[in-house]
Design a protein around this ligand. Structure first.
Ligand code: PLP
Length: 405
């Protein structure tokens, strides 16, 4: 393909290592990083490191914070802020790296369902005040661009600006879902670190992501890949370019993925804006059929949307949600993640279905170029059939064991 012509065929890793023995061959120009840099409007190709996935990017940033505690640059008890709906693996990474190293972890309790970006900004201000109480320093804020579950598009630019005003040291945006789903301009967002997968919404095979680190800060040279290899100490872009012998093919096909998306009208911008329109249209169709509502307004959705499920399905736990998901897959051939909202929703008018009953279960629907209306209609009809039959998720619960003493 034309776009591959400029990529040296033997350019396995972007730093030019092939086997790790002996002196390094001359370094390639990092053409894939250059393409990604242009895609997300980074200031310079040196700001882009290719990594496997968002989890690895989080490890890079959080390990640096952990070392800052261990080496005495941060004081025990300094705060790290994260959203309540941060991705599970990232929450555990915060525990494993920074809480263990001495950080006070403060969660931002986000409202769901949510009616406006302002509701999130208000909660963020309140949590930041808690984090800063008694003069405590806030060393790092971890902010999702699009939360995974429930899926909500977060006003990251505004939250980064608040962090700057309030003296938060560093901001890491976990945007695992962003590239291909929402416009991404890392300079405009202005975080210190920004990661997005390319294997989620940018048609790359698993696993390839990037970590953007803002140029200029002394921190760039202090970041390290968790897997140490020959390039240790040569800067994160080089370190992450060779992490030992392995399959680098997902990284190698980034130019092909760009070539592929450009075959669609409007390129990735065209794809994502059509996906957005469609997912909202399908979400509204489902909400109307089920007598429910969208979990967030369209302006807080990319190509995913949360749709309330009829209350009479009685989804009362994470396990219920998982069992209903499995049943929809097995019995109706519909694959859709289901979220159980454990928060107290009684007082929220918005969280009630048309029978004024509180909604506790939400489907997370997605739209990509290959999805068709019939798939959403199958989901609609499956749920309507369950409702008509008087199904409740209690029917899927395992029978309680009788204990004979
Ligand atoms: C917000 C968020 N962060 C991190 C991840 C982890 O991504 P990966 O498994 O590619 O590392 C996900 C995955 O869905 C996510 O949604």
């Amino acid at each position: 393909a034309a776009s591959m012509a400029s990529i040296p065929s033997n350019d396995v890793s972007e730093n030019g290592h092939g086997n790790g023995n002996g002196p390094s061959p001359p370094r390639a120009k990092r053409p894939r990083a250059a393409l990604i840099s242009a895609l997300v409007n980074a200031g310079d190709v040196s700001e882009i490191s290719l990594v496997d996935n968002a989890t690895t990017a989080a490890a890079i940033v959080l390990q640096h914070a952990a070392w800052s505690f261990a080496e005495g640059h941060f004081a025990r008890g300094d705060a790290v802020l994260m959203l309540h709906y941060a991705y599970g693996a990232v929450k555990k990474s915060i525990q494993a790296y920074v809480a263990r190293a001495g950080a006070t972890v403060v969660e931002v309790p986000l409202p769901f369902p949510v009616t406006s970006p302002d509701a999130i900004i208000t909660e963020f201000h309140a949590a930041l005040a808690v984090a800063k109480a008694g003069g405590r320093k806030v060393r790092l804020a971890v902010i999702d661009h699009i939360t995974s579950m429930p899926s909500v598009l977060i006003p990251v630019k505004e939250l980064v600006a608040i962090c700057r005003q309030e003296g938060v040291d560093k901001v890491f945006v976990d945007a695992a879902h962003s590239v291909g789903q929402v416009p991404v301009d890392v300079r405009d967002i202005g975080a210190d670190f920004y990661t997005s997968n390319l294997h989620k919404w940018f048609f790359c095979p698993p696993a390839v992501a990037f970590l953007h680190t803002r140029k200029g800060g002394p921190i760039t040279s202090q970041l390290h890949h968790p897997v140490v290899s020959h390039e240790y100490g040569n800067g994160l872009p080089m370190e992450s370019g060779w992490i030992g012998t392995r399959d680098y093919s997902a990284q190698i096909v980034v130019p092909e993925a760009i070539h592929f998306v450009n075959r669609f009208e409007g390129g990735i911008e065209g794809i994502r804006s059509r996906n957005h329109e469609k997912v909202i249209e399908m979400g509204r169709m489902l909400a109307e059929a089920w007598g429910t509502f969208l979990g967030s307004p369209p302006v807080m959705c990319g190509s995913m949307a949360m749709v309330g499920m009829p209350c009479c399905l009685c989804i009362e736990s994470d396990d219920d949600a998982l069992r209903v998901r499995t049943m929809l897959r097995k019995d109706f051939k519909v694959e859709v993640p289901i979220y159980y909202n454990s928060r107290q929703v009684k007082v929220q008018e918005m969280a009630k279905d048309n029978n004024s009953d509180p909604v506790t279960g939400y489907v997370r629907i997605s739209h990509q170029v290959y999805n068709v209306k019939e798939e959403y209609e199958r989901l609609r009809d499956a749920v309507n059939k369950l409702v008509a039959e008087g199904f409740t998720s209690a029917k899927l619960r395992p029978a309680e064991k009788t204990i004979i003493s």
